[in-house]
Write a protein that binds this ligand. Structure first.
Ligand code: ZN
Length: 137
């Protein structure tokens, strides 16, 4: 089951200045800064009621965020959906004809297991599925 929009990911060139910008915009501080080694990105999270905004800055040129900004500039990079069971959803979506970028879920920011759907099968929107890691895992 897909529960809600967990967060919206925004690609930025400089996470410090974008943090200040979003602090002003939202009138609150981020609750977390986190490097995600597997994705070569630094992230910053703002809580907004039921959902979040994730700022992403590339740590190096191999990062997908670096390539995205080169091609399209700063802006909305992905929409993340909160799912109850990520492996179940991957199977379900594959059967529906969606292309999964990484079949094997990986560790994402903010204590999540994540995977991405290829934007060519989702109207050009990069979709992230994420499942909160349980305490006992
Ligand atoms: Zn994300």
């Amino acid at each position: 089951m897909i529960k809600k929009i967990e967060h919206i990911g925004i690609a930025v060139k400089n996470i410090e200045s974008s943090n200040q910008l979003f602090e002003k915009l939202l009138g609150k501080k981020n609750y977390k800064l986190e490097k995600v080694e597997s994705e070569n990105v630094s992230t910053s999270f703002f809580m907004l009621g039921e959902t979040k905004i994730e700022l992403l800055e590339a740590d190096n040129t191999t990062s997908a965020i670096s390539k995205f900004i080169e091609k399209r500039g700063e802006g909305i990079h992905h929409i993340a959906l909160d799912v109850e069971d990520i492996d179940f959803e991957i199977n379900r979506l594959k059967n529906e004809g969606f292309e999964i970028i990484n079949d094997l879920v990986k560790d994402g920011a903010d204590n999540k297991k994540i995977c991405f759907l290829h934007p060519k099968t989702t109207n050009g929107v990069l979709i992230e599925l994420c499942e909160e890691k349980k305490q006992h895992q």
